[in-house]
Design a protein around this ligand. Structure first.
Ligand code: ATP
Length: 241
């Protein structure tokens, strides 16, 4: 870890009509870090990610969001891919009417190193053998867990500098959750910077370097993830202990 900022959010506010979903959030993710944003349903975590990727109407967003030292304001989804920022949204977002292999190729559409792309596809097939078995099937026919695998592999095909993950464990069987988290830890060890939004606070804090707790639109706590796992307030409110 070099400590250099990859993502720096300051004073972020988002309103949906009269609802203030995010109320002045400051958050940083440094080079090589795995940072998790935890919190209950409706705390504003997904809205924060949507603000980063520019999927909210600009007039509803206040504050600054800098990525690799430059603002993300007004960036189109194509520009985000070019700038090496990838997101796996809640609900996966795979192209259901394309095959698994086509989905993986879509993840690499800004790359022109054909041999490297082919090698990466083989690499992801070896990480997730189920995707190889079903490589010619439509992505929409995969189970939720398999779609999560595909969505992660597709995002990583773009060789992102920052990977945003929204609730990767949601709705998955425990064995699948374990596998997805194993991959998240591996990807982090390879040096990819990650911002992980999760409701499963225990798993997320166990995997992360640092964490933030969000509650009713505000960050109410932040720090070293291992310390947070032992914090009595985190234990009581988010770990069910
Ligand atoms: P979840 O885990 O359920 O996704 P979250 O922490 O990601 O929760 P958000 O989805 O960001 O929370 O929601 C924050 C607040 O904004 C909630 O009160 C939610 O009801 C509200 N909200 C989210 N999306 C919209 C929308 N499109 N229109 C109006 N209100 C919304």
């Amino acid at each position: 870890m070099t400590g250099q900022n990859v993502l720096k959010i300051a004073g972020l506010k988002v309103s949906y009509g009269g609802i203030k979903a995010v109320k002045g959030v400051d958050l940083e993710v440094n080079q090589g870090e795995l940072v998790t944003l935890i919190g209950a349903n409706g705390a504003g975590k997904t809205t924060t990610l949507k603000a980063i990727t520019g999927t909210l109407p600009p007039c509803t967003v206040e504050g600054t969001i800098d990525y690799m030292g430059a603002s993300l304001k007004g960036a189109t989804s194509f520009q985000l891919v070019e700038r090496k920022l990838a997101m796996v949204p809640e609900g996966r977002g795979v192209f259901t009417r394309m095959t698994i292999e086509e989905n993986l190729l879509m993840g690499a559409y800004t790359r022109d190193d054909k041999a490297g792309v082919a090698a990466d596809i083989e690499k992801w097939y070896s990480v997730f053998p189920r995707l190889k078995e079903r490589c010619a099937a439509m992505a929409g026919t995969l189970s939720g867990g398999e779609q999560q695998m595909l969505a992660m592999a597709r995002a990583l095909m773009s060789h992102p500098k920052l990977l945003l993950l929204d609730e990767p464990s949601m709705g998955l069987a425990p064995i699948m959750v374990e596998k997805i988290f194993e991959v998240i830890r591996d990807v982090s060890k390879q040096g990819i910077t990650i911002l992980l939004v999760e409701q499963n606070a225990k798993l997320a804090l166990e995997a992360a370097h640092r964490g933030y707790v969000m509650d009713s639109g505000s960050i109410i706590m932040g720090g070293n993830a291992a310390d947070m796992l032992h914090d009595p307030r985190v234990k009581a409110a988010y770990l069910g202990e």
